[in-house]
Design a protein around this ligand. Structure first.
Ligand code: PEP
Ligand code: MN
Length: 264
């Protein structure tokens, strides 16, 4: 499959959007051109990835760690898409990031958990999306507040975005817990119940924070009738510049997806 222009990638996204399961995978962060291209090629080899994710601007909790490669990484994603035909998705948190992403033909945007909590930021992103035809995924806020999550959906919908999806990535809690972010499945189920028209996918990577329980969480999401998964995958997970412990190689991702028992 070879997509050589943005229009083709757009069509690919249109077809994939309603597909079940929708599989989004890719590195937590775009790091180097080589890493992006290698990951894209390896993901393509699995034959199971519908959309490639890669963080360009990283909202790190503490300063001093890698905060994303920035706009410089956007042509790498364009290049990866050209090579593999797999549409690309990134996180946006400001109007400028939306502008830059669209300028470089990013196919799907997502609003991160640390942005969903802030109505000013969500509104800024929504305003920048006015008049634009791009699918937007909205992660749950880091705190277990369905109203904030719903508010973000409403702001994006009011901006005229038609293709909106939800990402369940778990909720922060204090201290050492089994999960990096507690899944609180009942909240995702309630959000799904309230928004039956919206697709909801699960992000086992940010729920688990580690590889060993990834498969179980992904399976649980599928058992609960989620529409798909967004999984962090990196060619060299141990040396990833962010979220190293939770990333898996594309080959491992392929095995994991093969082992999942799909509902339909
Ligand atoms: C990410 O997807 O890499 C990310 C920063 O996720 P979240 O917003 O869920 O913390
Ligand atoms: Mn991450």
């Amino acid at each position: 499959m070879q997509a050589t222009n943005a229009a083709t990638a757009k069509e690919v996204v249109q077809q994939k959007w309603g597909k079940r399961p929708l599989i989004i995978a890719g590195p937590c962060s775009a790091e180097t051109e080589e890493q992006v291209m290698q990951t894209a090629v390896e993901l393509q080899k699995t034959g199971k990835v519908d959309i490639m994710r890669a963080g360009i601007w990283k909202p790190r909790t503490r300063p001093g760690s890698f905060e994303g490669i920035g706009t410089k990484g956007l042509p790498w994603l364009q290049q990866a898409k050209k090579l593999t035909g797999i549409p690309v998705a990134i996180e946006v948190a400001t109007a400028k990031q939306v502008e830059d992403a669209l300028h470089f033909d990013v196919d799907v945007l997502w609003i991160g958990a640390r942005t969903t909590v802030n109505p000013f930021s969500v509104q800024e992103v929504a305003d920048a999306l006015r008049g634009v035809d791009v699918p937007v995924l909205i992660k749950n806020p880091i705190n277990p507040d369905l109203e904030l999550w719903t508010g973000a959906v409403e702001r994006v919908a009011k901006a005229g975005i038609k293709q909106i999806g939800l990402i369940h990535r778990g909720f922060s809690s204090y201290g050492n817990t089994e999960y990096r972010n507690a899944p609180m499945w009942h909240l995702a189920i309630e959000m799904k119940r309230r928004n039956p028209e919206l697709m909801i996918i699960n992000d086992p990577s940010h729920i688990c924070g580690r590889r060993d329980i990834l498969q179980d969480v992904a399976q649980k999401a599928i058992d609960l009738d989620f529409d798909g998964l967004i999984v962090e995958s990196h060619v060299d997970p141990d040396n990833a510049w962010s979220d190293a412990k939770q990333q898996v190689t594309p080959a491992r991702l392929g095995e994991m997806l093969d082992a999942i028992i799909w509902r339909r």
